[in-house]
Write a new protein. Structure first.
Length: 487
């Protein structure tokens, strides 16, 4: 199995339409989420199929929807908006309002393909593993054979519940039979259809009108067209794992494991060091530059990118974030929807919450949390600190235990109050900065200070309760306590 890349191209496929089956209930997933939208390595199953067709540059994609159709429409609208625009959009939805089987699902697309004179590929929305290379080879085979129907088949264990390909004594394809309707002898056939077809439109729609629901499910089976279309062939897929569908969460997990192995291998061959591939999780949407080092138990999710020479430490989790070059994300650090620039150091045990930016050569240490905060170039917050809704300039020292107090429960501010710390400010340990507040350039905040007013440039601010010392006072207290115990 391979993931899509530019290297997969042999030629550009242009003269082809596609029908994607996305109307199933997916009852075995036992979920309110449509089966085709369940994520696999960070991408919904349907995305793999649509991305394949977009890379193949097909002329028209028809998505057959029914159950959960609004969720499917919303997903496609969000992630493929350009394909839905214009008078002749690339992606078209067709609602199978009263589902009556796979044959009926294809038949309801007939109006969309009126006057379409190119072959139509039929694919399942829950089969994410099909490579562009295999897909193109099947289409090429269909064109060269000059047949009306090419069905993809695979040699599988008889335990698989797929339809069996029937051949005559001369090995010619004569039909298909679904597993539920097969005889005991037919169930021993190992060549099975995998729900992938290339059909000429006139033969497809005229034949579907002859199909009847004479079967165990009382449905109109798409597989019945194999019997009625005369000029046909089977294209045997050499790597069956590419065309296996996902019907339940166990199968989803099995695919996840296989896909992660493929992803990790691809990155290692591209110059990434992965110390323990078995415990490293990289989504299909992640981008890595050369000489990145991923230590064990790292997780890179979503639209994350990592610059060259960066080290991601043990147990780090990075989601939808941009990590610069020659940066060190130390062990057990969490970075969410944030940006870390070149040569910065984060962690260990740090957390960057969404909309945080750590500038070049800045340092965020252990048990430091940033939220909607910009930490300037060469600045540092090395330990036990919370910085929220703050803009921090260059070469700023934020001491241990510093807190920006940015939330007052909504008494004065509908949102969070802001803290601004300009360049070359020194904030000592155990300080509270009560927002909104500004510390001007070069200011110095003494340890233990609670800052409630703006601090001018190059000023020293001290706000502490005066220390009271009572010599020998504790002897009196201990003596009083002992008398009480005896009494």
């Amino acid at each position: 199995m391979t993931l899509f890349s530019a290297a997969d191209y042999i030629k550009v496929i242009m003269d082809l339409g596609a029908i994607v089956m996305a109307a199933g209930l997916g009852t075995r997933m036992k979920s309110d989420i449509p089966k085709v939208l369940h994520p696999l390595c960070g991408k919904p199953l349907l995305s793999y199929v649509l991305d394949l067709l977009l890379q193949a540059r097909v002329k028209k994609i028809v998505l057959v929807v029914s159950h959960h159709k609004e969720q499917v429409r919303a997903f496609v609208s969000e992630y493929y908006p350009r394909a839905l625009k214009g008078k002749n959009p690339l992606i078209v939805f067709v609602d199978q309002k009263n589902p009556k089987g796979t044959g009926h699902a294809v038949l309801v697309t007939e109006k969309v393909f009126k006057g379409f004179n190119h072959p139509i590929a039929i694919l399942s929305g829950d089969v994410p593993g099909l490579s562009l290379k295999t897909f193109e080879a099947m289409i090429d085979s269909h064109e060269k054979a000059q047949v009306d129907l090419t069905l993809a088949s695979a040699i599988l264990d008889p335990s698989y519940p797929y339809g069996r390909v029937l051949r005559d004594r001369h090995s010619n394809v004569v039909g298909m039979v679904e597993a539920l309707d097969a005889t005991e002898e037919q169930r021993r056939i190992q060549e099975m259809g995998v729900g992938l077809y290339c059909v000429n439109p006139q033969s497809l729609f005229s034949t579907l009108k002859q199909v009847t629901p004479d079967n165990a499910k009382k449905e109109y089976y798409l597989t019945d067209i194999v019997k009625w279309i005369e000029r046909k062939q089977a294209y045997i897929v050499l790597h069956p794992e590419e065309v296996l569908g996902i019907n339940n969460r166990y199968e989803l997990a099995q695919h996840e494991r296989i896909f992660r192995q493929v992803i990790n291998k691809k990155w290692m061959l591209d110059g990434i060091t992965i110390l323990d591939p078995e415990t490293t999780y990289i989504d299909a949407t992640v981008q890595l530059a050369h000489d990145v080092v991923l230590e064990p138990h790292t997780h890179l999710y979503g639209k994350t990118s990592v610059g060259e020479g960066t080290i991601i430490g043990v147990g780090a989790i990075i989601q939808n974030s941009i990590i610069g070059a020659h940066t060190h994300i130390k062990s057990y650090t969490i970075v969410e929807e944030s940006k870390v620039e070149n040569q910065a150091t984060i962690g260990p045990f740090a957390r960057l919450r969404p909309e945080s930016v750590v500038k070049k050569k800045a340092r965020v240490g252990n048990f430091v949390e940033l939220k909607k905060t910009i930490l300037g170039e060469d600045s540092k917050a090395n330990h036990l600190t919370y910085l929220g809704d703050a803009v921090i300039g260059k070469d700023v020292n934020v001491g241990c235990g510093v807190i920006t107090c940015n939330y007052d429960g909504g008494l004065r501010y509908s949102g969070k109050a802001k803290t601004k710390i300009e360049d070359h400010v020194f904030v000592g340990s155990d300080c509270q900065l009560i927002a909104p507040v500004t510390l001007k350039k070069g200011a110095y905040v003494a340890s233990g200070t609670t800052v409630t007013q703006n601090v001018p440039s190059d000023s020293l601010v001290i706000a502490r309760t005066p220390q009271v010392t009572k010599p020998q006072y504790m002897k009196k207290l201990w003596a009083r306590a002992k008398r009480k115990q005896k009494g």
